[in-house]
Design a protein around this ligand. Structure first.
Ligand code: 13P
Length: 251
């Protein structure tokens, strides 16, 4: 089964409106072919303006987070329904920075996925082990638990709507990417967990992205792994030139 690849830029808390508008114009002008889905995840405050100013079709917009609550007295939060109401189509759920700095648990992430799906947003569910787990060769155990507690309780129909991103915590923002072998091994492992719970067909259908120090000079070898369906890019998504270079690594 051939899965369409994705290159997604997670800007985190970077770029102001002027910088973001410049980025959008430059990336739009630089896209050479329709070789993959191109997604960008700006801060909440910028998404509406950027979507309004964008006249192209290829760049798709998402949010970096959503609340696990439907609505109500949750100052500072943004709901999945609010995102959907402005035309957002994707939402990152469970990024390790949310887990580590904001105490997001596997159970909360499951609720966020529920909210996202209910509002017809496509969740990009992030998982990945910290350095200590990799060091003790317990990365599969760790990721298995993340999948089981947040994801594998959903119906097959719901699972089919979800994108997964494997982001080993030790590789995020460190310049130390997973090797293609390490990425491939984990992606194949995750696919095997999905196959065991649902079906081989569904496991083959789900797109699994790699994230963690992915950049123009390592993207090609990471993206050419059989089970790696593209990348979730942090630092290297901030410069239009680097992001375009990564997009061009998709065969
Ligand atoms: P870096 O590409 O900066 O390592 O970040 C990856 C990431 O966290 C994407 O969500």
């Amino acid at each position: 089964m051939s899965r369409r690849k994705i290159v997604a830029g997670n800007w985190k808390m970077n770029l102001d409106l002027t910088e973001a508008a410049e980025w959008l114009a430059e990336v739009d002008a630089g896209l050479q072919s329709d070789n993959c889905d191109v997604l960008v995840f700006p801060s909440f405050i910028l998404i509406g303006d950027l979507m309004d100013m964008y006249e192209g079709e290829q760049i798709l917009f998402g949010a970096q987070n959503c609340s696990n609550k439907e609505s109500g007295a949750f100052t500072g939060e943004v709901s999945a329904a609010q995102l959907a109401s402005v035309g957002v189509e994707y939402v990152i759920i469970g990024h390790s920075e949310r887990r580590d700095h904001f105490g997001e648990t596997n159970q909360m992430l499951k609720e966020k996925i529920q909210r996202a799906l209910k509002n017809e947003l496509t969740p990009i569910f992030c998982c990945g082990e910290p350095f200590e787990m990799r060091n003790e060769n317990k990365q599969q155990e760790f990721v298995k638990q993340q999948l089981e507690e947040s994801l594998l309780g959903f119906s097959a129909a719901a699972m089919a709507e979800i994108i997964i991103a494997y982001e080993p915590v030790w590789a995020i923002g460190t310049g130390l990417n997973a090797t293609p072998e390490q990425a491939q091994e984990m992606h194949a492992f995750m696919r095997s967990q999905i196959a065991a719970k649902y079906s081989e067909d569904l496991a083959q259908q789900i797109r699994i992205l790699y994230g963690g120090s992915c950049k123009p000079d390592n993207a090609k070898e990471l993206f050419s792994c059989a089970d790696v369906d593209g990348g979730l890019i942090g630092g290297s998504s901030l410069m239009a030139k680097d992001f375009l270079a990564i997009i061009n690594k998709i065969g």
